[in-house]
Design a protein around this ligand. Sequence first.
Ligand SMILES: Cc1cc2nc3c(=O)[nH]c(=O)nc-3n(C[C@H](O)[C@H](O)[C@H](O)COP(=O)(O)OP(=O)(O)OC[C@H]3O[C@@H](n4cnc5c(N)ncnc54)[C@H](O)[C@@H]3O)c2cc1C
Length: 510
Amino acid sequence: MLKSIVIVGGGSAGWLTAGLIAAEHRAAPDGLRITLIESPDVPPIGVGEGTWPSMRDTLHRIGVSESDFFRECDASFKQGSRFNRWTDGGDHDAYFHPFSLPQGYGEVNLPEQWQAQHPQIPFADLVSFQPHLCVNGRAPKQVMTPEFASVANYGYHLDAGKFGVFLRKHCLEKLGVHYVPDHVTAVNAHENGDIASLQTVKHGAVAGDLFIDCTGMQSLLLGQHYGVPLIEQKHVLYNDSALAVQIAYPSDNYPIASQTSSTAQSAGWIWDIGLPTRRGVGHVYASGYISDDQAEAELRAYIVQTGGPEEIPQPRKLSFNPGYREQFWHRNCVAIGLSAGFIEPLEASALAIVEMSAAMVSEDLPATREAMDIVAKRFNDTFRYRWERVIDFLKLHYVLSRRRDSAYWRDNTAEVPERLGELLTLWRHRAPSRSDFNRIEEVFPAASYQYILYGMGFRSDFSRSPKPEEAARADAYFQEAATLTKKMMNGLPDNRTLINHIKLHGLQKI
Ligand SMILES: Cc1cc2nc3c(=O)[nH]c(=O)nc-3n(C[C@H](O)[C@H](O)[C@H](O)COP(=O)(O)OP(=O)(O)OC[C@H]3O[C@@H](n4cnc5c(N)ncnc54)[C@H](O)[C@@H]3O)c2cc1C
């Protein structure tokens, strides 16, 4: 029987995994023991500030209070992403990928009727109220909306360092996770090749039945010990470097943005995330196309252009090799987080993949060693599919660009991965639909593809099977989006007002 799980790594991946498994299995009568080993010598990566709406469900499952989360993690609301300068690079080039589905999504062919009736309005602005909330800095809920519930779908922006501390406290105080603050120096193996225990500096050997590798990019167990290779993706998604910096607001009451802004540059893009106390800004770029100095100059120019200070702290440089492991679960070891792989943070999918991985380990937790190989195979199939879909979706943002102003953009648009190319061929004559993404393992819904595709100026030719009879119904949904916009603009507070309220009074528990 599986009785002991050992997680190595105390970054966001380690603590989210510990929390999800402990919350689900702590009442088990056979007393499942969960231990987390975290090196005092290796700090967590300290970035990863944007999450998906799935994080609401994850935090709720772990059993934390959303109000405490806002208080302790410097968290704010994220309602989607705004992409600037991705399509033609001009001053007016911007579109939204909101978290809420379009009004009438799946009921009528919204893209067809949008093209026929209102092609001058940006697609997301017509079919969803959410871009309007974002532009006007509205929060996605009211003071009376309970914890984790929403008026408009939302995820979070958060301080990654504070998030780890917050989760650790909850896991240790409320969920009975055992904590070993120590550095793992060696892996001790059974004769059959399974991991028997991990050797630490002060606590000796820590034994277990299942080992979860959350050691970040070094992938201590899966990558280093087992030698499971990384399937590199730099030939598809070129970015391999980032410069990250935190900057102060001009005043304490400065508005907090509702979305992650992603502004394309000559060889990458800049993220801009608003937390209650500061902005987190970073330039993700391809070292093969731009030097670190040039990338820093573009970052500094962006900060000044967007109202930030001339003087900023020295940006922190991060490097990564984009890719994912050939297997994620090998023998009695499964990797979650950066140890399993990392592709650039364009749609903030890394923590979402962590949540999905931890949830699947927890839900399919094998009772015996014999069952483990079966679960491992299913896990590997599922996550290989998911990583491939993340790559398709991120690459979509690049291949649709009409920018040709640098080798980076020219090369990015020159080659389209096979599956994505096939989908684009289909979408020339119809919109992305649920039938394109019909597996339970899907990461992005067809609605997300519609937002990116039509946001970036792609047009489908619907003349082969037009549906003029849907015009009136589609129009009703467009009206519904407009009516909801007005209603929500009147009824929702701004982000700072709501966050201040949460910090002072808390939200009602569900
Ligand atoms: C530039 C950049 C921007 C990003 N932005 C986003 C974003 O907006 N949204 C998103 O979802 N994700 C984002 N990510 C990814 C996100 O940061 C990670 O997925 C997330 O932080 C999880 O990291 P981790 O826990 O796997 O690794 P880490 O945070 O690196 O943690 C590794 C842990 O392993 C421990 N460890 C290492 N070696 C040992 C040892 N020998 N013994 C014991 N312990 C050890 C360390 O002490 C540490 O606690 C971004 C990543 C980068 C690089």
